[in-house]
Design a binder for this molecule. Structure first.
Ligand code: UDP
Length: 222
């Protein structure tokens, strides 16, 4: 009889933080953890932290009812590229959600989300595909978050904020609350530096740092 197989894609820092959550999730569901592997395109170790490391093609070649993949790479654009490949090869996205994550009322969470321990999503929130919320991050009421958005640890995203696709929010950043009908908007592909305090909209593709957060201006050599 065939069965499902499971992968944490990416054996770097992010993947090694997600793997224990994935393993415990399978244990809770009564699924043997030897069906869980890392998939990595470059890593050369045969195993990491007790889990086999396979190349993508070798994972794909496993004869199974279904292949489920948690994309554990912090870079949203890389997740997007790999997600498309997995989709076209008939693999299924896999959500990995720590047991102490707290979700309140009317939260729509897109496929492939990874929510680390102590994450809180409050009420009336919309979140797109393959969202990553790292340790101790929160999303407050009425936020709308796009696809492939990444929160490093400790992000405080207050209410009525819109975060567009592929944005990256650094560790400990604080995003000011928007207003109903006038949300604070962080544009597509924008980057918020660690510890930044975001008090106004961030245009698409722009990196902001500091308190209050301002666009990063690279110093030129004289
Ligand atoms: N990786 C991969 N395929 C890609 C890009 C990256 O398998 O197309 C792997 C890479 O080999 C590395 C991991 O993803 O093992 C990324 O690890 P890193 O610590 O650099 O970043 P993070 O884990 O924070 O995303």
């Amino acid at each position: 009889m065939k069965h499902g197989v499971y992968a944490v894609y990416g054996a770097g820092g992010c993947g090694r933080g997600v793997m224990p959550l994935a393993r415990e999730q399978l244990r809770r569901e009564g699924i043997p953890v030897d069906r869980l592997v890392f998939v990595d395109d470059e890593h050369h170790a045969a195993s990491i932290n007790g889990h086999r490391v396979l190349r993508y093609a070798n994972f794909l070649a496993i004869d199974a009812d279904e292949h489920r993949v948690a994309l554990a790479l912090a870079h949203g654009a890389i997740r997007a590229r790999i997600a498309e490949r997995c989709l076209s090869d008939g693999l299924f996205p896999w959500e990995v959600i720590a047991p102490n994550v707290f979700m309140m009322d009317d939260v729509e969470l897109g496929e492939g989300a990874i929510l680390s321990p102590f994450v809180t999503l409050t009420s009336n929130i919309r979140i797109g595909r393959h969202f990553h919320a790292n340790l101790y991050s929160y999303v407050e009421h009425d936020c709308v978050i796009g696809d492939f958005v990444t929160f490093a640890p400790g992000v405080k995203c207050n209410g009525n904020v819109v975060i567009e696709d592929h944005a990256y929010i650094g560790a400990g950043a604080v995003i000011r609350q928007g207003r109903p009908g006038r949300p604070l908007v962080i544009g597509r592909g924008a980057v918020v530096g660690m510890g930044a305090v975001v008090t106004r909209d961030v245009p698409p593709g722009v990196t902001v740092v500091g308190n209050p957060a301002r666009p990063l201006v690279k110093e030129r050599a004289c």
